[in-house]
Design a binder for this molecule. Sequence first.
Ligand SMILES: [Zn+2]
Length: 648
Amino acid sequence: MIDRSTIERILDAAQIVDVIQEFVSLKKRGVNYLGLCPFHNEKTPSFTVSPSKEIFKCFGCGKVGNSVNFIMEHEHLTYPEALKYLARKYHIEVVEKERTPDEIEKQNERESLLVLTAYAARQFLENLFQSDEGISVGLTYFKERGFRQDTLKKFDVGYSFEKRDAFSKKALEDGYRQDFLVKTGLSIQHEERIFDRFSGRVMFPIHSLSGQVLGFGGRILKADPKSAKYVNSPESEIYHKSRVLYGIFQARKSITHEDRCYLVEGYTDVMSLHEANIENVVASSGTSLTQEQVRLIKRFTQNITILYDGDPAGIKASIRGIDLVLEEGMNVKIVLLPVNEDPDSYSRKVSNEEFIRYLRDNETDFIRFKTQLLLSEARNDPVRKANLIRDIVKSIAVIPEAINRTVYIKECSIVLEIAEPVLYHEVNKLRQQKSFQDRNKYPGPEDLPLQPPAVIKPVQHKTLSYYSEKEIIRLLLKFGSEELERHIRSEDGKEELMTVSDYIVREITSDDLSFNDSICEKIFADYKFHVEHGLFPGDKHFVKHEDPEISSMSADLLAESHELSRIWKDKQTFVETEDMKLRDIVPDVVLKFKSDKIKMRLDEIMIQIKEADKAGDTERVLALQKRDQNLKAALMMISKKLGNRILL
Ligand SMILES: [Zn+2]
């Protein structure tokens, strides 16, 4: 029993945003915070946290409560356990009444098992650092592999003695119950005797999100053909292989911060990446990824990057599981490591900077990767190529967002040399099959079959303003209705709100500028019409537009990681904080657009001057030169304003 005053102190200390943020990636929206609900599966966030009211509420599944309720629900803890959890977090000493033997007896099994695994982790740690055998065998192994002391401590690694019942015996002596030792899988009972499951192994504790030890992985150190190299805890009340990810406890903050999660295969891969300063990394511990694991990652980020060693057979086997990640609407990237290297070996071979650069430079979108991989295998064999197309179509079909499917269809049509309408047809056919819909139970309004674009676009010559034009349209579609600035009107003192679309339409109309790209021009005209009538068309208006050129360009622009971002020098910060920095970004993009237009005009003038000169029209030459100087002055001013934020 926890006394009343301690409970009050805990409740006072537990700031709800702080508590929940540890498990859910939250973004500030007005006075509240918003994130993806950890209690049900969702693609658009409806989980709201109110710091002023000290409550959370999910508008999707209806779960509601305060910080203690959240911990109870999320960590499957009882009320006193949740309070103790928060007390630990905020360093509050819990004054507890002595428990009666009866109460101890009633302690639920789950808690007992957790107490036991925590004890075991401490024992193994002690063995590794404080016993002769641990130091000479276990610690030497880690040192030979090049691990630093702080990394070993961070992951609480340990060592289990060689003697077949050393741990079990010690645990029984310390008062732990034999049935619990067997239930956690730490010990194996054979007739009357009890043995250690992990004897002679270095130990990797597997933590829950909140840092509780759920189970262990153990690696044997002796060359013994009869024993498996790695042994894991068996399934138990507390350990479910399919629901845990090794390293998630140590990675969760960094995953949120970096908005990306790296996935590797083994325990030591995770630890090595930490040593290379990459902390947003987890391992699925040898098993292929499960849906629960994907959802666990999804609470923190939508972006997952899988690191593969360069072994083609292994890759082919594991890419089958990745459709599962796509189904969850996550963005999957692949990094293929150099031949004969794994994340552990390669991160040690090169410097941290080189390693990070390698990951960044070799990241390939999953569907692109899969297409290339299968294509190189199929070569010119028509039967294999047909199979390959079916395979790729299956991967595209499971992607929940229509926009992303559109983008992939476009790309694959080029790479595979198959007409887009054919791919649309195949994808839609698959999505309409009953078996497919049963498996993907969350059809949204976006699930309407996609319309193939009726017009196959001719390849357009990219003008200088190609990217800035599209960037303007993208900002309109994505952020048109967002507030850009407020000011007080001088006439009547009323506050006036300027949105992103007000600004863009005003700037472009007042300078009488137009778009070279005919589809951009169409979208802009349509948008302008709406704005001038006080309406916001919204992105759906364009994505679902009856003109297929407009709908496909809109979908393309709204899809993430679009090539347009190439006008930005610092792409990372741009993408991450785009919506928060609209006030800087929008005027910059408009300036870039204007500067492109001026440059194009200058090119025209140059030709006109040459022509006028040839014709001997001095007056026209002078007029054109004057125009040329004015434009150059304007260009200079723009460049100054833009500084070096944009690639000019
Ligand atoms: Zn919910």
